[in-house]
Design a protein around this ligand. Structure first.
Ligand code: G3P
Ligand code: MG
Length: 252
């Protein structure tokens, strides 16, 4: 159901770890976020060919990770050796694709809050939700404060339902580009505490209704401070940004 009373988001979340300043979904990127004072990051998780979760946005190589072919066809020990940084700048050529467990361990050492976006390869919705959920549930078994647990989000309802089964103690958010008329039924179906949507498709009226229903409200991806201020005035709780240099945790 809706977010428990007293729970609240970190207001500003570094998108894909390092935003535009460092290679996305890498530890170098997360490090850039920490360097800029961030206390929260969003990243994408996908299964490699051997079902090991790794930080990856695209289901194919070529844009951010050197090579070609599908992530689902490559075992994690091969994927994690590939160059994940040169696409942005030559100086990042040693950046690698991290395994999910390694990214979580590093972020916890830094005291950074996590929005884990479950990003299944085509057809792998259930397996990805199940496996990411199982690992997350185990890694955070000793953590009882909701504010210190990660928030798992996904555009895939089947991933969220699978994650609910294997990670009953980890909260979930439903990711939507447009907020449809039946948003509340969809939230109930996946038992989400928060709604994550594209800021371009949000209206003040919708924001007010989501907040009145008691849910957390998060927008992606907000790169202009003026727009961020407008969304916060509408009642949006949190947003992710690529401009980790312009907006930090103290942003108002
Ligand atoms: O989780 C919010 C945002 O990251 C969703 O879009 O494509 O950047 O994963 P994308
Ligand atoms: Mg994402």
């Amino acid at each position: 159901g809706p977010a428990p009373r007293g729970w609240h988001y970190p207001r500003v979340v570094a998108h894909r770890g390092g935003g535009i300043l460092a290679p996305e979904n890498t530890l170098v990127g997360m490090d850039a976020a920490v360097f800029h004072g961030h206390v929260a990051v969003e990243f994408d998780v996908m299964l490699a060919g051997d079902d090991v979760p790794v930080l990856m946005h695209d289901d194919v190589l070529g844009r951010t990770v050197a090579g070609s072919g599908r992530v689902a066809d490559l075992p994690s020990d091969e994927l994690t050796m590939k160059d994940a940084g040169s696409w942005l700048a030559p100086r990042f050529s040693l950046a690698r694709v991290p395994r999910y467990v390694d990214a979580v361990a590093w972020l916890r050492q830094q005291g950074v809050w996590m929005n884990v976006e479950i990003k299944p390869s085509p057809g792998a919705d259930v397996a990805t939700g199940e496996i990411v959920g199982r690992i997350t549930q185990a890694m955070f078994a000793g953590v009882h404060d909701l504010a210190l647990k990660p928030l798992m989000s996904s555009f895939s309802v089947n991933s969220l339902l699978a994650a609910r089964r294997t990670a009953p103690d980890i909260p979930r958010a439903l990711l939507l580009s447009h907020v449809p008329a039946d948003w509340q039924a969809q939230m109930t179906a996946v038992d989400a505490i928060a709604l994550h949507c594209n800021h371009r498709h949000l209206t003040p009226d919708l924001a007010a209704r989501v907040k009145a229903a008691g849910y957390g409200l998060f927008c992606y991806t907000v790169n202009e401070p003026e727009r961020a201020r407008e969304l916060l005035q509408w009642g949006v709780d949190a947003f992710c940004t690529d401009r980790i240099d312009l907006m930090g945790p103290g942003f108002t």
